[in-house]
Design a protein around this ligand. Structure first.
Ligand SMILES: Nc1ncnc2c1ncn2[C@@H]1O[C@H](COP(=O)(O)OP(=O)(O)OP(=O)(O)O)[C@@H](O)[C@H]1O
Length: 298
């Protein structure tokens, strides 16, 4: 269990994160989501024990992680800008990591090198961005971490490699019941992968919940009105993200269909249907972006 209790982080006078609290149970794949600059990397670095929180505390399996050497050897953070030894190859990195991580598996390392078809003797700095990402992931999994923190790990990978990475994550999770936290600003990437989501917004935790609960929070409806127009009624019931689509409106609303039918009665709805929301739609709905009049920019 990863437990984050009232955690804040400042850099000089700048507050990056404020009073974050949530728990990630063992065996979960948690998606840490937020826009650019939301504080995802900062939080991951605190979970990894790289940064010390100014307030609050983070424990893993009940013990604090900061300056906890033995815990850090069972945990791996696959950074967005992975570290490699200067002039390092996969082989030299494997040697380097095998000395630090007691669970290092040379078998897993060899399997993954073959799987990704990378040359273990080549200089990693000569690899493309996507290949460097793959090299970092090979090393990450070969340390056989009990806790795996992944910062934007899908970035730079092509579609087939992304799918392969998802399969590897599932397989690793199935065999080792590890705890994986993956940050992303792309919910589409996390669909079908994560069973727990934490959203950071304006330096604070917006919410952290299971994906099932998240889907129950909000429903996307489609409604058609007799006579075509019902926008005022929809605004009146605080429908969100209202969009017109031919003769119907699509919007999100927090309540159930029966209640909605009752609330819209005066506008004579012809029919009301609901549709499943993707994680991305729930995220965008939650973020409620400011509206800009882009036409005035130029
Ligand atoms: N070492 C640092 N020194 C000063 N400010 C920092 C430092 N690291 C992060 N910040 C600031 O903290 C905020 C959060 O940054 P962070 O990298 O955690 O965001 P992020 O959610 O990972 O963003 P992105 O999706 O763009 O990678 C940003 O405003 C950033 O400028």
């Amino acid at each position: 269990m990863i437990s984050i209790e009232g955690v804040s982080k400042t850099f000089g006078r700048f507050t990056a994160l404020e009073d974050i609290s949530f728990e990630i149970a063992d065996g979960r794949i948690c998606g840490l989501v937020g826009y650019n600059g939301a504080g995802k990397t900062t939080l991951l670095k605190m979970i990894a024990g790289i940064y010390r929180p100014e307030a609050g505390r983070i424990t893993i399996g009940g013990v604090p992680v900061y300056e906890n050497e033995s815990l850090k050897r069972r945990l791996f953070m696959a950074q967005d800008d992975p570290y490699f030894l200067p002039q390092g190859s996969l082989q030299s990195m494997a040697l380097f990591f095998s000395g630090f991580y007691p669970n290092w598996s040379h078998k897993t390392y060899r399997e993954l090198v073959d799987f990704f078809e990378l040359d273990p003797e080549a200089r990693i700095s000569g690899f493309s961005k996507g290949m460097q990402r793959q090299a970092a992931l090979i090393l990450a999994f070969a340390t056989m971490p009990q806790y795996l923190l992944m910062d934007e790990s899908f970035d730079g990978l092509d579609l087939s490699k992304r799918n392969q990475l998802k399969s590897i994550m599932f397989e690793y999770m199935k065999k080792h019941g590890t705890n994986i936290v993956i940050s992303s600003h792309n919910l589409r990437e996390l669909e079908g992968l994560c069973d727990y989501i934490a959203i950071i917004r304006d330096k604070r935790l917006s919410f952290a919940t299971t994906v099932n609960e998240m889907r129950k929070r909000r429903t996307k409806y489609r409604v058609a009105f007799l006579g075509g127009n019902g926008i005022e009624q929809l605004r009146g019931i605080q429908a969100r993200n209202i969009m017109r689509d031919d003769d119907s409106y699509i919007f999100t609303w927090d309540g159930g269909a029966d209640e909605l039918r009752k609330r819209l009665e005066s506008a004579s709805p012809l029919w009301i249907t609901n549709e499943p929301m993707t994680l991305e739609e729930i995220f965008l709905d939650e973020m409620e972006d400011k509206e800009y009049d882009i036409a005035t920019f130029f």
